[in-house]
Design a protein around this ligand. Sequence first.
Ligand code: HSE
Length: 436
Amino acid sequence: MKPVKVGICGLGTVGSGTFNVLNRNQDIIAARVGHPVIIEQVAVRHDNHACDTSGTMVTRDIFDITRNPDIDIVVELIGGYETAKELILSAIEQGKHVVTANKALIAEHGNEIFKAAKKHNVLVAYEAAVAGGIPIIKCLREGLAANRIHSLAGIINGTGNYILTEMGDKQRPFSDVLKEAQTLGYAESDPTFDIEGIDACHKLTIMASIAFGIPLQFNQAYTEGISLITPLDIQYAEELGYRIKHLGIARRQEKGIEIRVHPALIPASKPMANINGVLNAIVVNSDALGQTLYTGPGAGSEATASSVIADIMDIARTTQSPEAAVPALGHIDEVPRFSEPVVPIEQIKTRYYLRIHAENHPDRMNAMTDILSTYGINVTAISQKSVANKEQYADIVIETGRFNEAVINRAIDSIESLTGVQAPVTRIRIETTDSE
Ligand code: HSE
């Protein structure tokens, strides 16, 4: 049995997990693939103490991996854009298959990368790019291939979920929890990608492309982060029977496809509301299967390595006939051709939680409900909360019915112009994660 030879570029959190698990589980991997899968060479910038590379060829130059004629599969785990893209395109041109965990690169340059791979008859696999260890790409692309997908909603950033969980459960400050997530290896090298929803949006862009057969369109998606969520909002949401989660939602509606990442209140009884810590989860609503939920570790060394190695194994089984493999985005065209537009955020319809910080005044609440009713917005719950150590102020918390976002925005502008109201009004969307 001729071995399949792998070259790993980068031995950081995911790279070292991949190195260790691939070596540790060699026997079962060979039995499942039909060939031994061996690490021929690794490229690392610095000495690495998380792996014992003593029996492996090591280089400092990642391009040595793409030049090595013995290597069949190049595993890109360096992250980032420019160099990673150059590395992948160079591997493809050398006729090598590629496995990557680089969601930013796939979401933003995947259309070009998959076209190049098709031209050179090689495979590019990226399971680890979305939701770490959860095999969601395989589920969407293969397990659900017979279904029309109505919508999907996911907690797809472990760092963000970890921060919201710790803030809610232990009243820990945001910056403290973020530091801890960085130490644990969950956060991106630039953690604004986690906090501002960019990382989640990369992952959502990829899932939306597979689910709805549209090209990868990161620039059309809407992104809002969690940095403005306060422990007070988490508490008020709990009092109303909700949990706050950072959600990525892709949904087909009459005007096209919604692709949006933002914090959301979810009814506490929903499984998604109870996905905590670094766990990720994705709910998929589809016509034949109905609703399914996939959950597991969304980040971490060996958890993410599990997906990287599954991709290596898939490719190792088909190295001789790559044309027989499942297409990268699940559609026969390397860039799916359906051209439904991405719906602008102002055109979505959902329910809203509003928190308005205002001077205490007996007429204030009436003035706000009058404004909402002028815009035809019904209020399903309203309450006034006193503010600790600030008797002259109150928080008015409002839950609305389902409305168009443009209408809510206009109503919020009018509320912000009321005397005694402190702008900005906090506005968080309320979602059920069902197909609605
Ligand atoms: N920073 C990412 C997260 C890592 O926290 O989910 C996994 O993609």
